[in-house]
Ligand binder design. Structure first.
Ligand code: ACO
Length: 319
């Protein structure tokens, strides 16, 4: 059964330090023309001394203010991240503690589904929320921790940041539709190693990627997820006001638009400023779209993402 979800508030947090393509060209053999024409990215923010929980906490405070609720009204906190501060406790537990929540019913946990994480977290919230309950759903990343800043094929793509959303299960709201899927990454096209058992020298890994394979996967995955979630909701693309895609690469978004014959203006795009912030990218885009008065008035929107796993999914909401 589809859960009826109402969005109560949005929040975002940018990392402190902007890094332009020109800045990167002083660090590796690259240039603004290559990066911009291949990706659509002009700059990204990276952290100086804030960790994932710090960015998530700032985004959460903003979402709580925007929703005009007290943090003690929250029942669930879910953080989607692939770059937690610690193995344990979860980033969500750390944020709960910083918010000083003393609600006897609250529980908090993280999920890792790479760049698709926010959509997966939202689906989990939709399944867990009882009528009248509220969840704080966050996508937060400090990818700069796991980027090899000497590898020009990956370091130009990513940024740090966080986005947050307060959702409630509300009988008077519209049903949310979801489509989630993971396929086998037999060829290891996208990964970052954790602690290695066999090498004390290389305990942690950087993001590694077969860019062109990910590129092809992304176009098919996003197109399929959009079609499936529309089928689930039993409506057509004409009913959709805005598509909020994972902000990885403008060429990927343009290819999806072309393949599906969708006007590019229907896609919300802010990757030029932030780069790919993984699980934070969709909630960051939502917060920006909300700032620009592009949400509300019962518009139907689709959020659609893809990432390591290989995972992908979409959520269709009326907001
Ligand atoms: N600056 C200059 N030259 C570069 C750079 C750079 N930053 N990076 C690579 N090159 C060079 C390559 O070495 C190669 O040179 P060669 O022809 O002499 O060998 C040339 O540029 C072309 O490289 P390609 O990899 O073929 O470039 P492509 O057009 O495929 O673009 C890119 C690469 C941007 C990575 C693209 O493949 C892409 O966006 N893929 C999807 C990546 C993605 O979205 N990943 C995130 C997934 S989400 C998650 O879960 C983390």
């Amino acid at each position: 059964m589809m859960t009826k979800l109402r969005i109560l508030g949005y929040g975002k947090a940018l990392a402190q330090k902007p890094i332009t393509n020109d800045d990167l060209s002083k660090m590796v053999d690259t240039n603004d023309e290559w990066i911009y024409s291949r990706t659509g990215i002009k700059s990204r923010y990276v952290t100086i001394d804030e960790n994932t929980s710090d960015l998530g906490y700032r985004a959460s405070c903003m979402a709580i203010d925007d929703a005009q609720i007290n943090a003690n009204e929250l029942d669930i906190i879910i953080v989607a991240t692939m770059t937690p501060d610690k193995f344990t406790p979860s980033v969500a537990s750390m944020i709960q503690a910083r918010l000083g929540i003393e609600n006897a019913n609250i529980y908090a946990f993280d999920i890792n589904c790479a760049c698709s994480g926010f959509i997966f977290a939202l689906k989990i919230a939709a399944k867990l929320l009882e009528p009248g309950q509220k969840a704080l759903v966050i996508g937060a990343e400090t990818l700069s921790k796991i980027i090899n800043w000497q590898d020009r094929t990956t370091c130009v793509l990513f940024g740090d940041g966080a986005g947050a959303m307060i959702v409630s299960a509300d009988e008077n709201a519209q049903s949310a539709a979801f489509y989630l899927h993971t396929i086998n990454d037999d060829q290891q096209v996208l990964f970052a190693n954790g602690i290695s058992l066999d090498s004390a020298e290389q305990r942690y890994g950087n993001i590694q990627m077969k860019g062109q394979e990910v590129f092809k996967f992304a176009i098919n995955a996003m197109s399929e997820a959009i079609i499936k979630v529309l089928e689930e909701a039993d409506i057509t693309l004409d009913d959709i006001s805005l598509i909020i895609p994972h902000q990885a690469n403008l060429r990927i978004i343009k290819a999806v638009a072309k393949k599906m014959n969708i006007d590019l203006d229907k896609f919300y795009i802010n990757l030029e400023k932030y780069g790919n912030t993984s699980a934070a990218s969709i909630p960051l885009a939502l917060a920006d779209a909300n700032d620009q008065q592009m949400l509300g008035n019962n518009k139907k929107i689709i959020m659609v993402g893809f990432g390591a796993g290989l995972s992908y999914g979409a959520c269709l909401l009326q907001i």
